[in-house]
Write a protein that binds this ligand. Structure first.
Ligand code: BES
Ligand code: MN
Length: 455
């Protein structure tokens, strides 16, 4: 009897360079979903993914409109009686600014030592290509042991605003036993892990308006409430001295961590020193009664993602600005609702904003947190695949990041996600000089081959 598993692993070993070249092709396309100037590149990336799926013999491959950026769909259903795995990915990436901090062009993939540098190398084009490479190795050496469907979207990095409706309208097309979602990472290159919890997100823009136009700060200073100052005062009031968020009712629906969950967090190997090294700050901050692992994995936050007002050019200009703006987002935990948080922020502003200014609040994307079932068979298959490759049992962990589709699939399709990925904490995702650790990536491809055979 042919050992199909071994044949696929041999194929993967012999085709590492091809897999890497394939990855270099896709990361070279600047598919920044938030940038309206990149719409053509977004389409080009979707077509690239579709072509790659067709090349693997996947059927019904199509680039389908959503109202926003398109999704790529495909399926291979020729293993009757076997499970159907829905594979999720996102082909879009985050913006590259501050561009001047990149050592090499973000869309000119560059190998340095064991790493490949490029925007999207880790989050998550690298993870899509790892999955497709594992599938290619299996397809070329005897065939797939499971049925597959693919849903590769182009709006994850802007909160998947069109996906929920698209999933609702395509429920039958997406029928599957579970979803493999490789958009989460590992804790370290020798610490395989499976993610079962993700935070949600609610994203806002707050604009504060003062005088009709910029004023001479000598003439107006002292009589006009500076909008930059008013915005800073409002933002400062959104936390108390212990790092707790002061929006009215913000914590009301936050699910309390059980003693068991807290014990799980305490077992994670990361230390305060690891967080200091990873972030480069001189001291950590946040709610003192929770550990850093709990604060990133299971506590909600309110972050200022950016602020702008007045004169920010070189040199000096004595101006009292007419307006100020902040991008604000909250990471959410079970059972917070993004729309409820929107209302809480609105109420906070209604109560706290001074009469001297006018404010406007705009809500962008929103997605609730998700907790995935760790007892489902897909987790078992992945766990043993990771153990085969790393020689140790993977850790189960909750992540601070968000992937809106995970909750959408639970509520609309009733299916659970198995979350994995072969990115590392120091990959610089969403930051300058994003990279992918290639030895870990190749190991991940082998792990995915094992995963498909374990099912
Ligand atoms: N891959 C990340 C999510 C992630 C980050 C999972 C860290 C596990 C660990 C994903 O691409 C991402 O960055 N999502 C956005 C979603 C948001 C815009 C709704 C995020 O978390 O900021
Ligand atoms: Mn991301």
């Amino acid at each position: 009897m042919t050992d199909y598993r071994q044949a696929a692993l041999d194929f993967a070993r012999q085709h590492k360079t091809d897999f890497l070249n394939n990855l270099k092709e896709i990361v070279a396309i600047p598919s920044i979903s938030t940038d309206p100037e990149r719409t053509a590149d977004i389409l080009r990336t979707a077509e690239w993914v579709a072509a790659r799926l067709r090349g693997l013999g996947i059927e019904q491959v199509a680039v389908l409109p959503t109202g926003g950026h398109p999704v790529v769909f495909g399926e291979w259903l020729n293993a009757p009686g076997k499970q159907t795995v829905l594979i999720y990915g996102h082909y879009d990436v985050q913006p590259v600014d501050p561009i001047e901090l990149w050592h090499t062009g973000p869309f000119e993939p560059t190998e340095v030592g064991e790493n490949l540098f490029a925007r999207g190398a880790s989050d998550m084009k690298g993870q899509i290509i790892a999955t497709l490479s594992a599938i290619e190795a299996i397809v070329r050496t005897g065939g797939l042991p499971v049925n597959l469907k693919f849903l590769i979207e182009g709006e994850e990095e802007i909160g998947s605003p069109s996906l929920e409706k698209w999933i609702l309208e395509n429920k039958d097309l997406l029928k599957a036993d579970f979803c493999l979602n490789p958009d989460a990472g590992m804790m370290g290159k020798e610490t395989p892990s499976i993610t079962y919890g993700l935070r949600g997100l609610a994203y806002f823009e707050l604009r504060v308006y003062g005088p009709e136009h910029d004023l001479h700060s000598g003439m107006a200073g002292g009589i006009v409430h500076n909008p930059a100052q008013a915005l800073a005062e409002l933002i400062a009031a959104m936390h108390d001295a212990d790092g707790r968020i002061t929006l009215p009712g913000f914590y009301d629906s936050v699910r309390v961590l059980s003693a068991e969950e807290r014990a799980d967090f305490a077992r994670l190997p990361s230390t305060e020193a690891d967080y200091l090294a990873l972030t480069g700050v001189s001291a950590l901050w946040g709610e003192p009664e929770f550990s850093p692992q709990e604060r990133t994995g299971a506590r909600p936050t309110l972050e200022i993602n950016g602020m702008i007002s007045g004169f920010t050019g070189k040199g000096q200009k004595t101006v009292l600005p007419a307006w100020a703006m902040a991008k604000i987002s909250c990471r959410l935990v079970p059972d917070q609702d993004p729309e409820a948080v929107h209302q809480q922020l609105k109420q906070f502003l209604t109560e706290k904003a001074p009469k001297t200014i006018r404010w406007e609040l705009e809500k962008f994307s929103g997605a609730p947190a998700s907790i995935s079932d760790t007892k489902q068979p897909g987790v078992k298959a992945l766990s043993s695949a990771l153990e085969t490759m790393w020689g140790k049992r993977p850790l189960l962990k909750r992540e601070g990041g968000s992937i809106p589709v995970v909750g959408q699939m639970q509520t609309i399709l009733g299916i659970e996600s198995v979350l994995t990925g072969f990115g590392l904490p120091d990959d610089g995702v969403h930051a300058p000089n994003e990279k992918l650790h290639l030895p870990t990536w190749y190991r991940g491809i082998d792990a995915l081959i094992h995963f498909f055979f374990n099912l």
